[in-house]
Ligand binder design. Structure first.
Ligand SMILES: C[S@@+](CC[C@H](N)C(=O)[O-])C[C@H]1O[C@@H](n2cnc3c(N)ncnc32)[C@H](O)[C@@H]1O
Length: 202
């Protein structure tokens, strides 16, 4: 496999030295879509928030500035990303506002802690079985909890149509997993529009 293909794969599960470089690249290029996703969620200071696929921990940092009596839990299955996110969020971790865990989304286990808000940025495209993972996520959400799944397709040749098609696939996954009040938001970004699909755990 060529070095470019190997590097591209690093965005799905960053590993080793190339994964470290991919993480630093994400940290410098992904701020806008993370900020946008969080802006759609209206997170309150006392909310319990779960993020799937935190990568280098950009959204972790943004959310930890908003929550004070609540808590942020992030999961990601890449230990390289766990290290980068821990480093970026050292203070919030010490303050006890943030928990970062090495976990595969399809293994999320039922817990006593229930979340008001769940989100994910450019991660669902890598999940093996999105519907079953979303069903498991629903079980750790509060009734009326909100989920937001954002994707910005960066593969070669992607257009706004690609984003819209991905949004429609994600809407179907959410419906099949039992979410309701599903709506889609689109925002112009570089190199193509980002799409965010929101749903409610009824
Ligand atoms: C393209 S990166 C995006 C990272 C971050 N959300 C951002 O916007 O910068 C995708 C992240 O999702 C994680 N990921 C992908 N599939 C996953 C899975 N099945 N379970 C847990 N994490 C996953 C990857 O390890 C990676 O950190």
């Amino acid at each position: 496999m060529g070095i470019f293909k190997k590097f591209a794969l690093q965005f799905g599960k960053p590993e080793g030295m190339l994964g470290g470089i991919a993480g630093r690249l994400m940290a410098s290029t992904n701020v806008e879509k993370n900020k946008w996703t969080i802006s759609l969620l209206n997170i309150q200071s006392s909310d319990y928030v779960l993020e799937i696929g935190f990568g280098p921990g950009i959204a972790t940092e943004l959310v930890s500035k908003v929550i004070h009596d609540g808590h942020y839990v992030g999961i990601d299955y890449s230990d390289v990303m766990l290290r980068q996110a821990r480093k970026r969020n050292k203070k919030a971790l010490q303050e006890g506002k943030v928990t970062l865990k090495l976990e595969e989304v399809s293994n999320i286990s039922p817990s006593d802690l229930k979340f008001d808000t769940v989100f994910s940025v450019n991660s669902i495209i890598f999940w093996e079985d999105p519907v079953n993972s979303l069903k498991r996520i629903r079980k750790v959400m509060k009734p009326k909890g909100l989920i937001a799944l954002t994707v910005l397709p960066y593969m070669k040749g992607a257009t706004e149509e690609t984003s819209i098609k991905l949004g429609s696939d994600i809407s179907q996954y959410l419906k099949q997993a039992g979410f309701s009040t599903i709506k889609t938001e689109l925002k112009e970004m570089k190199p193509v529009a980002a799409i965010c699909v929101l749903g409610v755990n009824q």
